[in-house]
Design a protein around this ligand. Structure first.
Ligand code: PLP
Length: 390
């Protein structure tokens, strides 16, 4: 049986008629970039988050870039980012000539923690980018508090976490900016690249709107240098078809996680430990039976499970990945190399170790968890893992 790490086919087939209708509508409208369709999509995404301002852009990476540009961040400025994240989170900082300050994450829930941010703040800190990694919500209020008197902005990287909540508020609406991606594997997956910034500050939203179109305002007048970060009308129309389905997708992701936890539960037995480095539910409870560790949750949040990421100790992660591949099961290492050790970021690496990040890069493995997975497929994954552990 084949169990791909991800497949958009079943999800999109179920909506095929509506996609064709959207295509005809756009084709007939003759308006292919920005315009009414993008405006409607922006309004719907803003409403879905209980926010006022949303600006559609060309990707999640460009969403982060536009937010940093709107804040005027550049050379001499420091931006605090976790080292354990997708490259784009820090790439945008370096592209603007600013300095990414790489910090460690909680070893259990994989998220940036307020106390870590507090230790990294300097008078040059202009922004911090908490990443809601794998779909778990970061403690954004705590991170803002950790900035103390510093006026740095908080830009949430919510690319993997659309629909996750901190308390009652959906992520992307907790900081000064929220950045989303509609890359096909994300919780709202498009037919190509796309992204969005959220903000409830009308001035910020307006600046983002100009920046995504070469900083032009009014027509052919440019006070700031922007770029082409525009969203296509067709992409917006297709995403509008899927937006009402996202709640259902998230429910199914949670059901899949429950199924895995049940099937793999024997390996989840943990004993209370002593050192709690963060507020996650089981932080510091480091002893476990078996050789795998199931995902642990940060307190105070409702996750959106974009990834289901387990840890394999004793240097045997790659062995399990190979075993799964032999059974037709897709898995992936997010992420194999810490950002502070990337060749292109040598300049920003002060040599200080980030031990949790470095260990996680050798232990993590993400398993298929997309909404349309079938119980038979998950049984196959569970059987393969239990067999390997036996
Ligand atoms: C996917 C992703 C991005 C970038 O999104 P793109 O749309 O691919 O540019 C940024 N940050 C994180 C954490 C991501 O997972």
């Amino acid at each position: 049986m084949d169990v791909p790490l991800f497949s958009p086919l079943a999800q999109n087939r179920a909506l095929a008629d509506e996609f064709l209708e959207a295509f005809s509508r756009i084709s007939e409208s003759g308006q292919f970039i920005l315009g009414r369709e993008v405006e409607c999509f922006e309004r719907e995404v803003a409403e879905w988050h209980g926010m006022s301002g949303a600006v559609g852009v060309s990707s999640g990476t460009d969403a982060l870039l536009v937010a940093l540009m709107a804040e005027g961040i550049g050379p001499g400025d420091e931006v605090i980012v976790p080292s354990f994240t997708f490259f784009g989170t820090a790439g945008v900082v370096a592209r603007l000539g600013a300095t990414p300050v790489f910090v460690d994450v909680c070893p259990d829930c994989f998220l940036l923690q307020p106390d870590t941010v507090a230790r990294a703040v300097t008078r040059r800190t202009r922004a911090v980018i908490p990443v809601h990694l794998f779909g778990q919500a970061c403690d954004v209020p705590g991170i803002r508090e950790a900035l103390g008197g510093n006026t740095a902005v908080v830009i949430e990287d919510a690319a993997q976490a659309m629909g996750a909540r901190w308390g009652q508020q959906r992520v992307g609406g907790l900081g000064d900016w929220g950045a989303f991606s509609f890359f096909p594997t994300k919780n709202l997956g498009g037919f190509g690249d796309g992204g969005m910034v959220l903000t409830s500050d009308p001035g910020r939203a307006e600046t983002a709107r100009w920046l995504r179109n070469h900083g032009m305002h009014p027509r052919y007048v440019h006070e700031q240098v922007g770029g082409n970060f525009r969203l296509d009308a067709l992409q917006a129309a297709l995403l509008r078809v899927k937006l009402p389905e996202v709640e259902g997708y998230l429910r199914r992701r949670q059901e899949n996680v429950n199924y895995y936890l049940e099937g793999l539960g024997d390996h989840h037995l943990v004993r209370p430990g002593s050192s709690a480095s963060c507020a996650c539910l089981e932080c510091g409870q480091d002893d476990y039976r078996g050789r795998i560790l199931l995902p642990r949750l940060q307190r105070g949040q409702t996750p959106a499970w974009n990834q289901f990421t387990i840890r394999i100790r004793d240097g045997r992660r790659d062995e399990l990945k190979k075993h799964l591949a032999e059974q037709g099961i897709g898995s992936e290492i997010y992420y194999p190399l810490p950002l502070h050790q990337q060749p292109c970021f040598k300049l920003f690496n002060n040599g200080a170790p980030l031990p949790h990040t470095e260990t996680l890069c050798t232990e993590v493995l993400s398993l298929p968890v997309y909404p349309e997975l079938l119980p038979d497929q998950m049984d196959h994954v569970i059987r393969a893992i239990n067999e390997w552990l036996a």
